[in-house]
Design a protein around this ligand. Structure first.
Ligand SMILES: NC(=O)c1ccc[n+]([C@@H]2O[C@H](COP(=O)([O-])OP(=O)(O)OC[C@H]3O[C@@H](n4cnc5c(N)ncnc54)[C@H](O)[C@@H]3O)[C@@H](O)[C@H]2O)c1
Length: 327
């Protein structure tokens, strides 16, 4: 298969590229390298997977990759602005990188390659802060949408466009509403990718700031499990096209922030300083994905327990310590 991945040298993109290249698919990556530090992933791919084509381009500049878009069997659309905080500081930038770019891509697929499968990496944030949830219980795809923050709006609107382009134009779209993802090649910072940010702070013995009381619960999914779900969706496209699919580590991999810090204290054998600040806008007190449709339609469930797979993220960071110190 020919697979085009936008945001291809980012965290999930790099893992997806490796996974599908190992299965001998033809891979083209489109990325504008706007995420700080992603050169490390591009260098890794160039060295170890020279057959992967990397096109340095904004998603909006479709002409730069149109010849590949026209021929591809699958598009995995991962490019975007990923942080709620950044979206609040600069909503226009968030709108452009999440909604306008995605819409332009979708329109190009409709015009030039309507038979292609196109996967969108949406987010659990489309369900808002879930403050009306009567009790903490895993969330399935029937939960009402409630967009909070510019990021919530731009990701949520794109999610809706993808579903609608199946309904109206018959495009083979699939939307994954992803929980927190972690793993190798992740450049976590305080604003986004909190597990990788925490492990990095431990590695450098630097303080961690917690927004809220640290008891907010998240289900954590190892990136290879996510990529396997993308593959299952591609192979079973008729079952999932036009559907949103909640995907996360589920109840077995649900932890609060303080519990993760405790695990890291045990792993590293020391404590880092923790500062508490007020909770961030729209922060869910609880989000755990029920993975209902992923189980039912794709026979998918997470394989890698957080307690074990976390080590592969830490080991990757240890191998790239000098580089990470600079970004
Ligand atoms: N990582 C998570 O926990 C998580 C959870 C839910 C949803 N998501 C979504 O999954 C997708 C991938 O996330 P990630 O963690 O790999 O993020 P990432 O920042 O590591 O990767 C995104 C990549 O997109 C590139 N990019 C950004 N804007 C672009 C543009 N306009 N044109 C071309 N390239 C552009 C960046 O340079 C980066 O390499 C994002 O859309 C994100 O919103 C991620």
């Amino acid at each position: 298969m020919k697979i085009l991945i936008t945001g291809g040298v980012g965290f999930i993109g790099t893992n997806a590229a490796i996974y599908f290249a190992n299965k001998k698919h033809e891979i083209v990556l489109v990325d504008n390298f706007s995420r700080k530090g992603v050169e490390i992933n591009a260098l890794f791919l160039k060295k170890n997977y020279p057959k992967i084509k990397i096109i340095k381009s904004d998603v909006l500049e479709v002409k730069n990759y149109l010849s590949y878009l026209k021929k591809t069997d699958v598009i995995i659309h991962l490019a975007g602005q990923t942080a709620v905080t950044t979206s609040i500081q600069n909503p226009e930038n968030d709108f452009k990188n999440n909604l306008l770019d995605s819409f332009t891509l979708l329109e190009s697929v409709r015009k030039y390659n309507p038979k292609a499968i196109i996967i969108y990496s949406s987010t659990n944030k489309v369900y808002g802060d879930l403050s009306k949830l009567k009790k903490f219980s895993p969330v399935d795809e029937s939960a009402p949408l409630d967009f909070i923050s510019p990021y919530g709006c731009s990701k949520g609107a794109t999610d809706c466009y993808f579903l609608d382009y199946h309904r109206i134009y018959g495009l083979k779209t699939v939307v994954f509403r992803q929980s927190c993802i972690y793993g190798k090649h992740q450049l976590g910072v305080e604003d986004q990718g909190w597990v990788a940010h925490f492990t990095k702070q431990f590695l450098f013995k630097k303080p961690i700031t917690i927004f809220g009381n640290g008891k907010q619960i998240r289900d954590l999914l190892y990136v290879e499990d996510l990529v396997e779900a993308y593959e299952k969706a591609i192979l079973n496209i008729n079952k999932v096209t036009g559907k949103p699919i909640n995907i996360g580590g589920g109840e077995k991999n649900a932890y609060n922030l303080l519990q993760v810090i405790k695990m890291l204290e045990n792993e590293f054998g020391y404590q880092v300083k923790i500062n508490f600040e007020k909770a961030r806008v729209g922060d869910q007190k609880y989000f755990v994905s029920k993975n209902l449709l992923a189980k039912r339609l794709l026979s998918w469930q997470p394989k890698n327990p957080f307690s074990k797979a976390l080590k592969s993220l830490i080991n990757w960071q240890k191998e790239n310590l000098n580089y990470l110190a600079k970004i």
